[in-house]
Write a protein that binds this ligand. Structure first.
Ligand code: HAM
Length: 420
């Protein structure tokens, strides 16, 4: 009896060979600038106490109100699969008193995140982020460094068709002054009950409403950037001047609203031109009150999350992936049991020296094995039979053009590295 196939849950992203190599390459590129700037790995649980997100990320957000994977564990505790990384990092910093050590605490993370969104291209229910957080100091130069880490990461991948949008949500006084005016403005509009309820928790959210009629109503809404206190404005100007010095281009978008409620001060988003509706390839900002909200001291922080899945899509759209980086150096085709042993030993020696080496197993006929070598994309292939073993020399075949040269086994390493 044939059993029914089991499929992956709807909307998850998964990466199989050969595309998984591109995924891994992109992820490393996204992490690397943070490592070069002294950020260290934080590996955190993918599930946390639900309150961490409802309190940390904010009840008015879609993420908390509609998209969390929440369940009761066997001990009756409410658990949520992490929808984002910042709250978890902050939880760990507070729990392990890292804020009593050297500041800022500088960490990066990389892993799976979960949001029950409506799946579409570039929007998944399980997706991958690389993130960094710098916690404990409020300095515009850190804001600029953080933005530069993300920008450098995208540039190192070769992306060009993206833009950086930034704004400032100011300090508490700026937000209070603006909120006053915005609430007045919203009160005069004819909004439905659900929208009013959202506005009551966070009136800024209405700027994020995707409905055309609401967008039109918001055209003349007061903008937070016009209500910045002198200090907030000076801070933001400094961030911009540092970005200018770093030759990072940006557009100021005072209507930007991030999907999470903890942001204050500098906030930013990277938007890619080729990705359609799901164009945000990364975003972040400063979060002044988050640590206190989660039971810690009153320290500021800033960070970003980059969407690995979307960056991969962007890299594919721009055609910047060098797939030849991912193929083996040598494909060994053993003929018979004795030569299998020699192939295993030879492959082990070469791999110890950093060569990527594959062996054709399965006693295929030579022709079939050669075809497999070709398909593998390997740079070179050799046949290892009794004759080669007794003579100590092999015919090294360059797969790109079929050119063959006779090489002593003892010189295989140097032959391969010369031609690499
Ligand atoms: P976020 O903007 O919600 O920020 O997510 C960051 C990035 O993750 C997005 O720009 C996008 O590329 C990717 N992303 C988000 N949701 C999905 C999805 N459903 N499918 C595929 N990709 C997705 C945060 O999560 C903040 N924690 C970033 C941060 C760190 N802010 C300060 N520190």
């Amino acid at each position: 009896m044939k059993r029914e196939k089991i499929m992956a849950p709807k909307g998850v992203s998964e990466y199989l060979p050969p595309r998984s190599a591109s995924f891994e390459w992109v992820r490393e590129k996204l992490i690397n600038p943070a490592k070069l700037a002294g950020y260290q790995l934080m590996e955190l649980p993918v599930f946390e106490d639900t309150q961490l997100f409802s309190r940390g990320v904010g009840e008015s957000t879609d993420v908390v109100s509609k998209e969390m994977y929440t369940f009761e564990d066997r001990g009756g505790r409410s658990i949520t699969l992490r929808p984002e990384g910042t709250a978890g990092v902050m939880r760990a910093v507070i729990e392990h008193s890292l804020d009593r050590g050297q500041l800022p605490v500088k960490v990066y993370y990389s892993g799976a995140f979960f949001r029950a969104e409506r799946p579409q291209a570039g929007r998944y229910r399980q997706f991958y982020q690389v993130g960094v957080e710098s916690i404990g100091l409020d300095d515009p130069a850190i804001d600029a460094e953080i933005i530069a880490l993300a920008d450098n990461a995208f540039k190192s991948i070769g992306l060009t068709r993206y833009r950086l949008e930034i704004t400032s949500l100011g300090d508490q006084a700026s937000r209070a002054a603006h909120r006053n005016e915005l609430v007045k403005f919203l009160a005069a509009l004819d909004l439905d009950e659900a929208t009013k309820a959202r506005a009551e928790i966070n009136p800024l959210r209405i700027f994020d409403d995707k409905r055309e009629e609401i967008k039109a109503l918001m055209t003349n809404a007061p903008l937070l950037i016009d209500y910045l206190t002198e200090e907030s404005k000076a801070n933001f100007d400094l961030v911009c001047s540092y970005l200018d010095a770093l030759k990072i281009t940006y557009v100021i978008n005072p209507r930007m609203v991030r999907g999470l409620d903890y942001y204050t001060g500098t906030t930013f988003e990277f938007v890619h031109e080729d990705l359609g509706a799901q164009s945000g390839i990364g975003g972040g900002g400063r979060y002044d009150g988050l640590m206190q909200t989660l039971g810690g001291s009153d320290l500021s922080g800033i960070g970003f999350g980059l969407g690995v899945d979307r960056v991969l899509l962007a890299a594919e759209a721009e055609g910047v992936l060098a797939l030849s980086d991912f193929v083996s150096d040598l494909y060994i085709i053993p003929l018979g049991d004795a030569s299998k042993q020699s192939a295993l030993v030879l492959a082990q020696e070469l791999r110890r020296d950093g060569f990527q080496v594959e062996i054709a197993f399965g006693d295929r006929a030579l022709k079939g094995a050669m075809k497999a070598a070709d398909k593998s994309g390997s740079a070179y292939a050799i046949v290892l039979g009794d004759a080669e073993i007794s003579s100590g020399a092999v015919e090294l075949k360059r797969m790109s053009d079929g050119q063959v040269s006779s090489v002593k086994m003892s010189e295989l390493k140097s032959a391969l590295s010369e031609r690499k």
